[in-house]
Each structure stands twice: as structure tokens, then as C-alpha cells.
Design a binder for this molecule. Sequence first.
Ligand code: SAH
Ligand code: SF4
Ligand code: F3S
Length: 439
Amino acid sequence: MSQFQRGVYISTYGCQMNVNDSERMYSLLEMLDYHPVPSPEQASLIIINSCSVREKPVHKVHSEVGRYKDLKSKNPALKIGVGGCVAQQEKNKLLGDIPLLDFVFGTDAIDELPGIVSGLEKGEAKLNKTRFSHGQPYQVETLITNPGVSTFVNITKGCDNFCTFCVVPFTRGRERSRKLSELITDIQALVKRGVKEVTLLGQNVNSYRSECGTDFGGLLKAVAEDTDVSRIRYTTSHPKDFNQELVDISQKYREKICDYIHLPVQCGNSEVLERMNRGYTREEYLDKVKMIKQAIPGVALSTDIIVGFPGETEAQFEETLSLIEEVRYDGIYAFKYSPRPFTKAARWEDQLTDAEKSIRLDRVFALQRPLALELAQENLGGTFEVLVEEIDAEGMAFGRNTQNRKTKFPAMGKNPGDFAMVKIEKARPSLLQGLMVEH
Ligand code: SAH
Ligand code: SF4
Ligand code: F3S
């Protein structure tokens, strides 16, 4: 028997929800004495935590499992499972299509993982656990072995928006919110473990609603007032639900709530937005951006964009370009539209070719590159409070300012978790650099 008899290796794809879920899996498996190992070769249990939001997700799972073929023939006791959104989407079919797999478990079955794995150890047959448990309350304590300085906290799971391009409502199920009181206890416990910054996480945080009726604004207020966390971030905000009340709360608790909002627009044309079922027009989106910028001067915004949605004309695409110029985003995550199973838009006939989508994607990047540089350069000479997250071997500190811009400076005695005032001397879109100043 090797020393890694109970080593678990998890490979994680997709969004922060999956990253959090993988952390949870590691913690739950510790109860069965499984410890994390850095490579699949050392593992007796391999889990692929999959994502299906874009391009060829099922293929990615097939090829990763294929790479483990030799390991499995050398060690027949090795167990391989697939979790996450591809598991939820494909269910039992994955077990049939990939004979090397031992189990498939869905996005609502994470807490059952210890039971699944110990069953398999006892020789139980291959297993598929992909039923949603919509009826059950969403109760989870954040399980992270090493939460660090800044950590993510799930506040909702699932999504009810059914944007016509998006698979998430089908892979994560109906939207459910955690109880306010539990969240506050959870965050306070993380603070006791050294956490200084939390990012509240949900597919659409603005539609958070606790059993007691508290909405997202109320939650922000409670986290600011009733916990000792120093900084609060949240993602993702849905533009249709982002309102004046949230802006007011962000302004009132600006000491804690960070000046950074990820506000995915997807497209700059109102007709396309309607066919995407996004629930806002170009004008409404721009009005909200104006409202945010007025209330929080210097706020940083970022966005997601989909190019080549079915039927998107050249003129409609150009409206996305003009919106990008108008808003001036710190960061843009742009993607080629990819048809997803179960979604409405995948069935529409006016699909664009991959070549057309690639050209549009390049045009978005070509426009954004100089804009991002210009925006970064505006920070030169400015002084920002930075929360130190790590120190490298050369004694340089890395952290982020309230606008979520990564910043580097000589640590000079500062440690992770400390705050420092840093004057910026060099600015690139991905990194600001400077020196500490007295404050
Ligand atoms: N809940 C978030 C986003 C979740 S998915 C929101 O509502 O904004 C993250 C991003 O992936 C989306 O914002 C979108 O830009 C992109 N995306 C989702 N489905 C896609 C698809 N079918 N093709 C290409 N990009 C997609
Ligand atoms: Fe997908 Fe829309 Fe829900 Fe975001 S809001 S997860 S894009 S359905
Ligand atoms: Fe991917 Fe599922 Fe997240 S599809 S983006 S892992 S919610």
C-alpha cells in the first residue's frame, strides 16, 4: 500500500461556485481521511468538477478521464468521479459513455460525497446521483481548509433568470438563498480565522432573499454592521436588479463595501438583449452605470460580453462596441456565443459561423486594449489602500485596492492581512506598482 492510499485529486473548471464546491469536497472527504494530493498520479480518488457554460465541455471531461486510463490499469482500486455542471447536464449518460468512470454526482449532491465514496470503497456498483433537491433549504457552512485573507462565501445557489443562451438554470437548479442569520455567523467565523475580505457569491446576488424577508441590500447592511469583516465584495450583479437602494447602501458603507462592480451587459443592442431575455435595454443599462458612477466616483466596473448571439447583425454588434467605449470598463470578459443544451437560443436557426464570431471577438479585444491601458494610467500618482494577500520570495507584497486592481509594492515589514497605503508609480491594466507611503 502506498502512503497515498487515501489521496484525493480534484480538477476544477468553471466559475467561483465550482472553486468553492471543490473546497467543500476536500473538506468533506477529510472526514473519510482523504487528504489532497498535488497530482493525479498520487491519488486514489480523482474528481473532475466540471463546467458546461461554454464550448465542448463534455469533450473536455472525456479527454481528461482518458488521460487517467494508465493510472486506472496500474491501480484498479483508483476511483474516478465527475461532479459539477457537466455531471448535472449529462447524468447517467456519462457513466454509459465513459466506462472508466465510477460515479457521477450533481450540483446538489456534494454533501453526499462521503457516503458515495465510502459506498464505492465497500464495492458498491457505479453510481449516479444527479437529482436536484429543490425542496430542501440551502444550508451550508463555508468549508475551506485554508481561507486566507480573502475568501468567497456563497449566498445563493441556482438561477431562475433563464437567459436564452445560458445553461446554468439547468445545471444548478432553482435559485435558493441561505438564511441571513447563518450567513452572519459563517462570515464572523471566517473573520476569526483571519479573513479580512469576503466576496458574496451568487449567479444573481441581487435577487438574494432570506427566509426572514431580508433582501440583498439588507444583507449587505447586515454584513457591514454585524460582522468584523474589513471589506465586502459581491458577484455577480444582474443589471436588471441593480437599483438605487444598492447604490445608496454602497455609498453609506463605503468604508467596507468595495468600489468595484461586475455588471455583465452581454450586448449593447436592445433587440438582442430582449432576445437574450436579459430584462433591460441598452438605455436602462447605461442609466444604471451613470447612477453608479455619480454616487461612487472612481468606481471600477467590469463586464461580460457575448459576441455572435444568433441573429446578431453587424450594426447590432457595433452597438456593443460603442457601449464599451461609453462605459469605459476596467475589465471585459468576452466570449463567442456557444449553443448550450436545453437553452432556447441553441434551437434558433440564425446561428453565426465560428469565423464570424472570432472576428467580432477580436474586435472587442482590439477596442478594449488601449481603453484599459488609458484607464490604468489614470491611476498614476494616486494613493490607494491595499489589502496585502501575499508576499513573494523577493519581498514584494501583492494585494488589491478597493477597485479590485492588483497592486505590487515592496512589503517593508507588511504581512498578509495588513493594509498599506500605496502610491502608484507604474500602471498596466493587469498590475499597478508603487511604494508605500505614510498615512
Ligand atoms: N450569472 C452571471 C453569469 C454566469 S455565466 C450573469 O448573469 O451575468 C458567466 C458568463 O458566461 C456570462 O455572463 C456570459 O457572458 C457567458 N456565457 C454564458 N452562457 C454562454 C454561452 N452560451 N455562450 C457564450 N458565453 C456564455
Ligand atoms: Fe445564466 Fe442569466 Fe442566470 Fe446569469 S442570470 S446564470 S446568464 S441565466
Ligand atoms: Fe460553469 Fe456551472 Fe459555473 S456551468 S460557470 S461551473 S455554474
